[in-house]
Design a protein around this ligand. Structure first.
Ligand code: LLP
Length: 424
């Protein structure tokens, strides 16, 4: 039996705890399923990043898409970080949490007029622009508002981050960014626009990156562009290298640490005079979180043993859509181990959390924790099959707090209810 998953999720007297709080006790109080996050894990990671990059002027913009819970964003704000956003909704939440607009960068291939206008009014640090057409629209809206929109062009460096194809974003064939061969043109065009102010350059090569070498390749390519731009009289003040550092999903995984990334890339950036922006999401919050669930039933078929739990692809989509591995721990481990599929209640064959997994011989009402679920867990959840979203809990030391209430049936029908009175 393992004694701990990491420093934050560990067994005490044969039971899994988050920091100093028993997960069983939280389950008794808030019910299952629930997401639980260790505040200490988040703080430690933030400090690890800050320390690793202390040698150069760096702004860490947390990728809100990983987990945009307001209380998480509040921690981000209190630690002085900024945010990387991809929608008006994320901007709203980041501002609500008190994150300064001066520390917000905004990426995404499909920003609406409303969203562009909103971010212009907020005077964010930079739009990470993904097409020439976006530049035109941004300029028009900024003109109407009598403001200047600060921009960085998202350059597609055509580097393979060696990760899952769905989360590789820096390849030529991907929809993201502007090809590096066309970037100079895009910058010249941006320079010609009156209400655009060029401030930086951006790239993001992918997510769950387990080998840092592609970063070096990407940054070298981007810095070549920075040199070319200088010759064209276009001076930048920052380089934003996106997010992407991987985390530990399997016990044997050994993801790179922020220090490994800084050792590799700080020397490249140090003498350029550019400020560095980082956009980590998963690596800040992923390992800080788990999804706790309860066994509803077990079912022995000829071919397989099934453990049916009260959470599934509605709460954690990653196994279903990326075939992602999440380690699963029994809250109270059993001596007997079995091989089983751990599946959810959703009416889809693809609704599984683990397939053919060696696991404790869990029975009805036993609790289990699906690990490394802090990033892209709650944020990608849905109400499929009309299931209320799970509640979210933040643990710090020996205390815990509900940071998102469990949705209920009334909440779910609210946006549809009024129409029942109408005629059609
Ligand atoms: N910056 C940009 C422009 C991004 O597109 C992303 C993630 C990040 C930063 C943060 O990347 P991170 O540090 O979290 O790797 N749903 C997928 C991950 C999608 C990532 C999308 N972009 C998953 O569950 O694996």
């Amino acid at each position: 039996m393992i004694e701990k998953w990491n420093e934050y999720f560990l067994y005490k007297n044969g039971e899994l705890f988050c920091e100093n709080v028993s997960l069983k006790e939280i389950a008794e109080e808030v019910g299952t399923p629930f997401y639980v996050y260790s505040k200490k894990a988040i703080l430690d990671k933030i400090n690890e990043y800050k320390k690793a990059f202390s040698e150069i002027d760096t702004l860490i913009c947390y990728a809100a898409k990983a987990n945009p819970n307001l209380s998480i964003l509040k921690i981000i704000k209190e630690e002085g970080l900024g945010a990387d956003i991809v929608s008006g909704g994320e901007l709203f939440k980041a501002r609500k949490a008190g994150i300064s607009a001066k520390k917000i960068v905004y990426a995404g291939v499909g920003k609406t007029d409303f969203e562009l206008d909103y971010a212009i009014r907020e005077e964010i640090l930079a739009f990470n622009v993904e097409s020439k057409e976006e530049l035109i629209v941004l300029n028009e809206i900024a003109e109407k508002r009598k403001k200047k929109a600060r921009i960085a062009i998202r350059v597609n460096p055509d580097v393979d981050p060696k990760t899952h194809p769905y989360i590789s974003t820096g390849l030529k064939k991907s929809k993201f960014g502007i090809d590096k061969d066309e970037a100079i043109d895009a910058y010249k065009f941006a320079k010609s626009l009156k209400n655009i102010e060029i401030v930086g350059i951006h790239c993001h090569i992918g997510s769950q990156i387990m080998d840092v070498s592609p970063y070096k390749e990407a940054i070298e390519k981007v810095l070549q562009l920075v040199e070319k731009l200088k010759k064209e009289g276009i001076e930048l003040s920052h380089i934003d290298i996106g997010g992407g550092l991987g985390i530990r999903y399997k016990p044997e995984d050994n993801p790179p640490k922020p220090k490994q990334l800084s050792d590799l890339i700080v020397p490249l950036i140090k003498n350029t005079g550019l400020k560095l922006i980082l956009e980590p999401g998963r690596s800040l919050i992923g390992e800080a979180g788990a999804l706790v669930s309860k066994v509803l039933f077990t079912k022995n078929k000829k071919e397989k043993h099934f453990i049916i739990v009260d959470t599934g692809m509605n709460d954690l989509m990653r196994p279903s859509i990326y075939n992602a591995y999440h380690h699963i721990l029994a809250i109270k481990p059993k001596d007997k181990k079995i091989v089983a599929d751990i599946v959810g209640p959703i009416c889809e064959t693809g609704d599984f959390l683990a397939l053919d997994r060696e696991i404790d011989d869990l029975k009805r009402r036993d609790l289990l924790a699906i690990m490394s679920a802090g990033a892209y867990g709650a944020s990608m959840s849905s109400n499929y099959n009309v299931r209320p979203r799970a509640c979210e809990v933040l643990v710090y030391g020996d205390k815990f707090k509900v940071i998102k209430e469990r949705e209920d049936y009334h909440y779910l029908i609210k946006p549809e209810e009024k129409a029942l009175e109408g005629e059609v």
